[in-house]
Ligand binder design. Structure first.
Ligand SMILES: O=P(O)(O)O[C@H]1O[C@H](CO)[C@@H](O)[C@H]1O
Ligand SMILES: O=c1cc[nH]c(=O)[nH]1
Length: 256
């Protein structure tokens, strides 16, 4: 289906840089900003939701590629990066806080994801957990610690409907997403977003390493309880942590 001279159908580029590593924001508008944190950043390709730049960390090529919103386009992006030889990815995105200690402007390192979306179920039955790779998670947690950012590491909830979360009153009674919401919070789920389950499961199936760092936009659970909350769309901390984590992985991989 694919040979190394053919551009994969959706992402639209071949791996001329010879990169193993990629940073994956959801939003195409964040790609160039993230690439600016790498040495020698340059545009690679743009097709549909996949905007790609490449740069270097420790002299090693690293792609920055958007995956769009939701599991289907994230899964396609991961599959096609695998086709061209990328084996290590970090999703960097935004999320809404669920656990009360998680505040707007904090970071969440997702160690695993609740598979409340559809994409990952097309790969393996739902009993199989969506777990981040330990190497990548350790690199993210150590980077967040060293850089002095407030972070929380744990399970996130992954869904297909942003407005199922944000306008639950419109959903039919007993609607599955919100009927389980309180159980997830009681079990310690940190935050909600839309791609991590697909990123973790597809990477697992393909033998890739995946991790995830998220900027918390807000925490509506805190607001529901009358607690203070801040709102932050500033991705700088998440970008710094993802770049430093890739640097750590590159250095560790060179020792292997
Ligand atoms: O900021 P990104 O990476 O897009 O992530 C979050 O933001 C989008 C919803 O607003 C969803 O894609 C969700 O997962
Ligand atoms: O509340 C939020 C914020 C970002 N992304 C989500 O999916 N939910």
């Amino acid at each position: 289906m694919y040979n190394e001279h053919q551009k994969p159908y959706h992402i639209g580029f071949i791996n001329e840089a010879g990169a193993r590593y990629a940073i994956l924001p959801g939003d195409p508008g964040r790609v160039e900003k993230i690439a600016a944190h790498l040495a020698n950043p340059r545009f690679v390709a743009q097709n549909r939701e996949y905007t790609t730049w490449v740069g270097e960390i420790e002299g090693e090529p690293v792609y920055v590629m958007s995956t769009g919103m939701g599991g289907p386009s994230a899964a396609i992006g991961i599959e096609e990066l695998h086709q061209i030889g990328v084996d290590t990815v970090i999703r960097i995105g935004t999320c809404g806080g669920m656990a009360l200690p998680v505040k707007g402007g904090d970071l969440v390192v997702a160690t695993g994801a609740i598979r409340m979306e559809g994409t990952s179920k097309e790969y393996v039955p739902v009993e199989f957990p969506a777990i981040a790779h330990l190497d990548v998670t350790n690199a993210l947690v150590n980077s967040a610690k060293e850089l002095g950012h407030t972070y929380h590491a744990g399970v996130v909830q992954c869904k297909d409907s942003f407005y199922g979360q944000h306008s639950p009153e419109r959903m039919p009674a007993g609607y599955e997403l919100m009927s389980k919401w309180d159980a997830w919070i009681k079990a310690g789920c940190l935050a909600s977003e839309m791609e991590s389950a697909a990123v973790f499961i597809v990477s697992q199936i393909l033998g890739m390493r995946a991790g995830c760092v998220l900027n918390v936009l807000w925490n509506q659970e805190r607001r529901k309880q009358g607690l203070s909350d801040s709102e932050s769309q500033d991705m700088t901390a998440a970008i710094d942590v993802s770049v430093e984590a890739i640097r750590k992985l590159i250095l560790a991989d060179r020792e292997k």
